[in-house]
Design a protein around this ligand. Structure first.
Ligand SMILES: Nc1ncnc2c1ncn2[C@@H]1O[C@H](COP(=O)(O)OP(=O)(O)OP(=O)(O)O)[C@@H](O)[C@H]1O
Ligand SMILES: [Mg+2]
Length: 233
């Protein structure tokens, strides 16, 4: 699969009504992401990395431009903007996995209950979901925490649970917005190494925004987001 982005633009209005100003964040981005590659998106704070990933993840809508998901033979081009909200949610739930700087686990649910959520949303049977979750937790070496509540885990362990949840439905792409931003360097490196290991095993494209030089160094293609545009570096 590929994500094909054409002339993507996003502005925000800033300030109060009397002195509202248009802030141009994404100014016509053209790029294609391939599933068999890993990408780093670097750039100074406030340049729009999170905004860009949120658009790819369907968490926000662009002002103009297109986001297409295509199969590698270019048949079945899926235009995100043409889907209803329910269709978009269902499509993205199986196509794109998401990670953020914070794990955003549901504190009332156990680790395994958090991990299986994307599977339950996709309508998979409970027992199949549990088997898959234990496989993932085992692979990420935290199976012994399956029945614990997230608050009893360290930050790095919680991020591993978030990773298991993100890849639960075997997405075609994993989008991660500063996934190591809240971790010490050693734990951050462990998470990056696990992301790459999962990519090897399940064959998903990685698109990761980061300030961390180790993250950028580990990705095959590096883009800098600057002045609203992506430039390969
Ligand atoms: N909902 C919003 N309303 C108004 N302005 C916003 C909104 N979301 C983001 N912005 C602005 O858009 C710009 C880009 O923000 P964004 O969070 O995408 O940057 P970033 O590159 O992810 O930064 P960081 O590296 O600090 O995470 C910033 O100037 C921010 O203030
Ligand atoms: Mg950000």
């Amino acid at each position: 699969m590929e994500i094909i982005i054409n002339n993507l633009k996003k502005n925000f209005l800033q300030g109060d009504k009397s002195s509202e100003k248009k802030l141009v964040v994404l100014d016509g981005i053209n790029v294609t992401f391939e599933q068999n590659k890993s990408y780093a998106i670097i750039g100074a704070s406030g340049t729009g990395k999170s905004t860009f990933l949120h658009l790819l993840a369907g968490l926000d809508a662009p002002d103009s431009g297109d986001i297409f998901f295509s199969s590698s033979d270019k048949t079945g081009l899926q235009d995100l903007s043409k889907l209803s909200s329910e269709q978009k949610d269902a499509f993205l739930n199986k196509t794109v996995g998401l990670m953020f700087q914070l794990p955003y686990l549901i504190s009332e649910l156990t680790v395994i209950e958090n991990v299986i959520l994307p599977g339950l949303i996709a309508g998979k049977p409970d027992s199949e979901c549990k088997t898959r979750a234990l496989e993932l937790l085992g692979y990420l070496e935290i199976a012994e925490k399956a029945n614990c509540l997230p608050d009893t885990l360290s930050g790095g362990q919680q991020q591993r649970v978030a990773l298991a949840r993100a890849i639960f439905n075997e997405p075609k792409f994993l989008l991660a917005d500063e996934p190591t931003g809240n971790l010490d360097p050693k734990t951050g490196k462990l998470i990056v190494d696990l992301l790459l290991k999962c990519r090897q095993k399940w064959g998903m494209g990685l698109i990761i925004s980061s300030h961390d030089p180790y993250v950028a160094q580990c990705m095959e293609v590096k883009f800098r987001l600057e002045n609203g545009l992506l430039r390969e570096v």
